[in-house]
Design a protein around this ligand. Structure first.
Ligand code: PHE
Length: 340
C-alpha cells in the first residue's frame, strides 16, 4: 500500500520537476512532495506506525525516493540558476576596454577665472583677500557705510529683505566694515563675492551678480594712490590699453567719489546693448573713504585715510570675453560654459 504510494510519488514528482517551467513552479512541486506537510512527510508518518518487520524494506524505498527527488530537484534548480546567470551576462555585458563616452575636462567659470587673476594681482601688492556673509545685517550693509535710512538704496525695490530683518547684501562694501573692525589700520584688503538686488532681469541686469571690493587704509592715502592702483588693476586685467574716463560719482561711503568708465570692449565705443548704446561702460565706482565710514570701522579719520573701489566682476568678465547677455552668466548652460 505505502509502497505503491511511494512509487506513485516518485513518478509524478519527477515528472513535475522535469516539466517545471520556472523556479517558482519547481518550488511549488518541491513543497507539495518534500515539504514539512508534503506527501512524503505524510507517508513517513504512516510508515512510523508499521510493525518493525515491515519497516526494513520499506524504509530503504522511502530513503531512495527521498534521495531521488531531492537530487533531481537540486539538478533542476541548478539548471534554472545557470540559465538566469547566462541571460543576465548576455544582458549586462560591458566592454571595459572601450573609451568612456562624453568624458571631457571641466573648465573654470569666466567669473572664477577673472576673480583668481585679480586676487593674484592684489595679493602681490600686499592685499588680503577677505570673505563676508551673503546674508548681512542692515548695519553692515547700510548704516556703517554712511547710508542713512532715507537713502533710496534702501528702497524695497532694490533690496531683498529677509523676514528676520536681515537682508541679502546688495554690494560687497559691508566687508569693508568687517575688514576694518577685524584688522584695523593700516589695511589693504579685497573682498570678492556674490551680491543681490531686487532687479528686473534683462540683457544687462541680474538679481544676482559678483563684485570685488577693494580698500586701502593708511596714513596720507590720496586720490593719486587710488588712480595708481586702478591703472595697475585695469592693465593687469585686460592685457591691453583700455580707454578710461573718470567722472564724479556719488556714493554715501566715499568722499570724493568717482565713477570710472571704460570704453565698451564689445562694440569699441560705437554703441550696443551692453553699453546701452552709449559706448561707455561703468566699470568701477571708487573714491576716498568717507570719515564716517572710517569711524564706524573703529578708525580715527584724523590719523588715517583710505580709498575704496567696487568692481563689477560679472560685468568685467562679460567685457573680457565679449558676452553680451548677463543672463548667460548664471544660466548653467554647458554649451556656454565649455567655451571658457
Ligand atoms: N558698493 C558700491 C556699489 O555696489 C560700489 C562702490 C564700492 C563704490 C566702493 C565706491 C566705493 O554700487
Amino acid at each position: 500500500m505505502l509502497e505503491a504510494q511511494l512509487e506513485e510519488l516518485r513518478r509524478t514528482t519527477l515528472a513535475r520537476f522535469a516539466s517545471a517551467f520556472s523556479q517558482e513552479n519547481l518550488e511549488e512541486a518541491r513543497v507539495e512532495a518534500l515539504g514539512r506537510k508534503g506527501t512524503l512527510a505524510q507517508i513517513s508518518k504512516e510508515f512510523g506506525k508499521l510493525p518493525p518487520e515491515q519497516r526494513a524494506s520499506l524504509g530503504k524505498l522511502l530513503n531512495s525516493v527521498k534521495q531521488d527527488l531531492e537530487s533531481e530537484y537540486e539538478a533542476k534548480k541548478h539548471k534554472f540558476e545557470q540559465e538566469q546567470l547566462a541571460a543576465r551576462l548576455e544582458r549586462e555585458w560591458l566592454d571595459v576596454t572601450l573609451p568612456a563616452p562624453g568624458v571631457r575636462p571641466g573648465s573654470l567659470h569666466p567669473i572664477t577665472q577673472i576673480q583668481a587673476e585679480i586676487e593674484d594681482l592684489f595679493t602681490s601688492l600686499g592685499f588680503a583677500v577677505l570673505d563676508g556673509p551673503e546674508v548681512e545685517t542692515e548695519e553692515h550693509n547700510f548704516d556703517a557705510l554712511n547710508i542713512p535710512p532715507t537713502h533710496p538704496a534702501r528702497d524695497m525695490q532694490d533690496t531683498f529683505w529677509l523676514t528676520n530683518g536681515h537682508l541679502l547684501r546688495t554690494h560687497t562694501s559691508p566687508v569693508q566694515v568687517r575688514g576694518m573692525r577685524a584688522l584695523g589700520p593700516p589695511l589693504r584688503m579685497i573682498a570678492p563675492g556674490r551680491v543681490f538686488r531686487n532687479e528686473e532681469v534683462d540683457a544687462s541686469h541680474e538679481h544676482t551678480f559678483y563684485q570685488l571690493e577693494g580698500m586701502m587704509v593708511d596714513r596720507n592715502v590720496s586720490v593719486a594712490n587710488l588712480i595708481y592702483f586702478m591703472k595697475t588693476l585695469l592693465s593687469g586685467i585686460f592685457h591691453r590699453d583700455v580707454v578710461v574716463r573718470l567722472r564724479p560719482g556719488y556714493f554715501p561711503f566715499v568722499e570724493p567719489g568717482f565713477e570710472l568708465d571704460i570704453q565698451c570692449l564689445i562694440c569699441g565705443g560705437s554703441g550696443c546693448a551692453v553699453c546701452k548704446q552709449s559706448g561707455w561702460v561703468e566699470l568701477m565706482p571708487c573714491g576716498l573713504v568717507h570719515p564716517n565710514v572710517l569711524r564706524s570701522g573703529g578708525i580715527d579719520p584724523d590719523e588715517w585715510s583710505g580709498f575704496a573701489f567696487g568692481l563689477g566682476l560679472t560685468r568685467m568678465a562679460m567685457m573680457r570675453y565679449g558676452i553680451d547677455d548677463i543672463r548667460q552668466m548664471q544660466g548653467g548652460d554647458l554649451r556656454f560654459l565649455t567655451q571658457f
